[in-house]
Design a protein around this ligand. Structure first.
Ligand code: NAP
Length: 264
């Protein structure tokens, strides 16, 4: 890929570690300039310096807590007024298998704010510019746990939101040159597990993916124009079957009267 080809600027949230840091490396390698967002400014600066040196990219850093309303608005202002933005990777996220009855309510709210609210607001901030320029993409990082609640409903619920929200966005951008992708990682070896109070080494290692492999696969999916990318799914027909069954099921949910089995 020629560095002279103007790829524009990629905004990556949660770029200070794990999956986001790999996105930063790969996208700089593809010729994007970068805006890196996370709380840990020192780690962002260190990564930015490395990428400027390795790829000659323009890299700027925004230190922001995406659970903080004012900080989110500050990032929104920065990205919505930057006409060079061509890609938003909504990757920042946190997890934790909380039982609702004993969950720390403030921690649960922070999770929802980062995983759901910030993702929504940043998409809202960037999308009009992408549509006006008829160019670019939004990548939302969900999780396979969008389809499984056995590790708790709060995290799973946030990621189910990301899947549904992104699917609806895909309808909104249909017919334009703006692309929207949702990525569903399975267990991926990053700091995420320790931050969530879990141990990645307790997970069967045959289902744990390296962050490099996950991001490389997701970028192949993006380049192919995939709407839903599940790097760990070997047989894509299973996804088509699942989504098709869901659509058919939805079609059977409406009637002008309650079903006969609900007769009092
Ligand atoms: P990670 O290494 O812990 O990275 C999470 C990133 O999110 C960090 O850069 C962190 O930066 C940022 N972040 C967390 N809270 C934030 C806040 N309040 N404000 C701003 N940034 C915040 O974990 P990861 O695995 O790369 O996670 C990336 C995404 O993948 C998440 O959305 C996660 O849900 C998803 N995912 C991960 C797995 C997995 O097994 N690892 C599986 C499925 C989905 P700071 O701490 O510097 O703020």
């Amino acid at each position: 890929m020629s560095k002279n080809e103007n790829k524009g600027t990629a905004v990556i949230t949660g770029a200070s570690s794990g999956i986001g840091a790999v996105y930063a490396d790969r996208l700089a390698g593809q010729g994007y300039d970068l805006v890196l967002v996370a709380r840990r400014a020192d780690r962002l600066e260190e990564l930015a310096e490395k990428l400027r040196y390795a790829y000659r990219s323009k890299v700027s850093v925004i230190s922001a807590d995406l659970a903080d309303d004012e900080d989110v608005r500050r990032v929104e202002r920065a990205v919505s007024t930057d006409d060079s933005v061509t890609l938003l990777v909504n990757n920042a996220g946190l997890g934790g298998a909380q039982v609702v009855a004993t969950a720390d309510a403030d921690a649960a709210e922070r999770m929802i704010k980062v995983n759901v609210v910030a993702l929504t607001r940043l998409t809202r901030a960037v999308l009009p510019g992408l549509l006006a320029r008829n160019r670019g993409a939004i990548v939302n990082i969900a999780s396979v746990l969008a389809f499984d609640t056995s590790f708790g409903g709060i995290y799973s619920g946030t990621k189910a939101y990301v899947v549904n929200f992104t699917e609806a966005l895909q309808r909104e951008v249909a017919g334009t040159h703006v692309q929207v992708q949702v990525v569903l990682p399975g267990a991926t070896r990053t700091d995420f597990w320790e931050s969530a109070g879990s141990d990645i080494n307790a997970v069967p290692q045959e289902i744990v993916m390296a962050a490099d492999d996950l991001v490389d696969a997701a970028l192949v999916g993006l380049a192919r124009g995939e709407a839903v990318t599940v790097p760990g799914l070997a047989d894509p027909a299973k996804l088509d079957t699942f989504l098709g069954a869901r659509q058919a099921f939805f079609g059977s949910l409406h009637a002008d009267k309650p079903a006969a089995r609900y007769a009092a």
